[in-house]
Design a protein around this ligand. Structure first.
Ligand SMILES: Cc1cc2nc3c(=O)[nH]c(=O)nc-3n(C[C@H](O)[C@H](O)[C@H](O)COP(=O)(O)OP(=O)(O)OC[C@H]3O[C@@H](n4cnc5c(N)ncnc54)[C@H](O)[C@@H]3O)c2cc1C
Length: 388
């Protein structure tokens, strides 16, 4: 591990910062209020060739792996994009992993150039309303009929489904009572989101309001067999492979949001004069900010380690989960502390920290909650009985 720079890929960060200079806090504040997708930002990132940052060079990408992707997404969050900025592009980055790894040549050449070229968008449809984090129990069915499957069921909280042309869809192909392990019998598809058969209903929500999150209802959606990734029944294993990249990406974004919040809080604490001196001269104000900075940077090291392990093809489950947990919690404390540092102004939209605080909640909930990460770590790293 190279500790010579506090943040990896400085050249990526500088280039993304240059793009983000045209999309500052005022832009994201407006987009969040309007609740409209940041298409011009997405287009700037796509036109710069950045959607292929983690895609191997043999498939037309930059081949910078997850460590490159983390640098990019962290910078977007840090420049004021919060969760809106990253989510408008990130599913098109880590969502391609199962296609690269488990797709065939025809699927790769059909999908990857369109996604990384910014000509098509995708979403990742896994979560279901009645099973929550118990993902192996999902009930959306894909029933084989000749050379196609017919999909019926419902998903919830699916990000960017309003925008997506394609979806990565996890569905049950063998009934749960006919498989020996709960993770068996689920298959992963990359297929067009055909709105004739899929109703997409946006969820009104607390934060990340520029990028949609949705309920989806599937009514006999036909999916060609050629849209199935890998083998039938092994989809959950393929999804597991994408889970670690998603966790580390969210960790990097959470650190980025936390840094943005601390930057605003420190500037405010230096400038705001109360009782004849800057409020930041009081240790009661500066120590919480200093604690937040230390926690954030420690979480960032864990995310960096997770990405490096992943890019070397090594196991990184503990590190990716730990990074997501640490960064989600540290980011939350940083945003909360920033709001409190700004006093009444922390509650005002024009100072942005309240938006960061609303956004950072996503990093504690999705794609897995802090509780379930603790349960996983207790089981896998400490050898305690499985509790979920
Ligand atoms: C903004 C946003 C965007 C999202 N985008 C996507 C997306 O693009 N695609 C997608 O598939 N999903 C997406 N999700 C869904 C997200 O991954 C889930 O919300 C998350 O996994 C939690 O599942 P749940 O909401 O069903 O919670 P539940 O499983 O209902 O859990 C509720 C609470 O109970 C706790 N809990 C449950 N079981 C246990 C246990 N055994 N021990 C301890 N605590 C427990 C949980 O930690 C949590 O606090 C998104 C969610 C949000 C909020």
């Amino acid at each position: 591990m190279d500790f010579s720079a506090s943040d990896s890929h400085p050249e990526v960060r500088a280039a993304i910062r240059a793009i983000c200079a045209g999309f500052g806090d005022v832009y994201w504040r407006r987009k969040d209020k309007e609740g409209t997708f940041p298409e011009d930002f997405y287009r700037a990132i796509a036109d710069g060739g950045w959607l292929g940052i983690a895609t191997p060079e043999e498939y037309g990408g930059a081949g910078l792996g997850m460590s490159g992707a983390l640098a990019m997404l962290q910078t977007i969050a840090e420049c004021g994009g919060g969760m809106n900025g990253g989510t408008s592009v990130k599913i098109n980055i880590f969502g391609l992993n199962p296609v690269i790894k488990y797709g065939n040549d025809e699927q790769r050449s059909r999908i990857i150039p369109a996604i990384i070229g910014g000509k098509a968008k995708t979403c990742f449809a896994i979560t279901e309303p009645n099973v929550g984090l118990n993902t192996t129990q999902i009930t959306t069915r894909a029933v084989r009929e000749g050379d196609r499957y017919v999909v019926s069921g419902a998903k919830t909280w699916i990000s960017t489904a309003q925008e997506a042309d394609y979806m990565l869809l996890l569905a049950r192909t063998t009934p749960a009572d006919q498989v020996s392990k709960p993770a068996d019998g689920l298959s992963l598809f990359l297929t067009p989101l055909d709105r004739k058969y899929v109703e997409v209903r946006e969820i009104d929500r607390m934060g990340r309001c520029a990028v949609d999150a949705n309920q989806m209802f599937f009514d006999a959606l036909p999916v060609p067999v050629t849209d199935r990734l890998g083998e039938e029944g092994k989809g959950m294993r393929y999804v597991f492979d994408s889970m670690n990249p998603e966790r580390m990406v969210v960790a990097a974004e959470a650190v980025g949001i936390g840094r943005a919040a601390l930057r605003k809080a420190a500037r405010y604490a230096n400038e705001r004069i109360v009782f004849g001196r800057p409020i930041g001269q009081n240790q009661g104000v500066q120590h919480p900010l200093a604690h937040c900075l230390m926690e954030l940077e420690a979480a960032n090291l864990m995310a960096t380690k997770a990405a490096e392990l992943y890019d070397r093809g090594e196991s990184c489950g503990l590190e990716a989960n730990a990074a997501k947990y640490l960064a989600g919690e540290a980011g939350y404390r940083a945003c909360e502390t920033a709001v409190l540092t700004l006093g009444g102004n922390g509650f005002a939209k024009e100072f942005d920290v309240e938006r960061y605080l609303r956004d950072i909640m996503v990093a504690r909930i999705a794609p897995i909650t802090s509780q379930l990460i603790a349960s996983y770590v207790a089981e896998r790293a400490l050898g305690l009985p499985k509790s979920y």
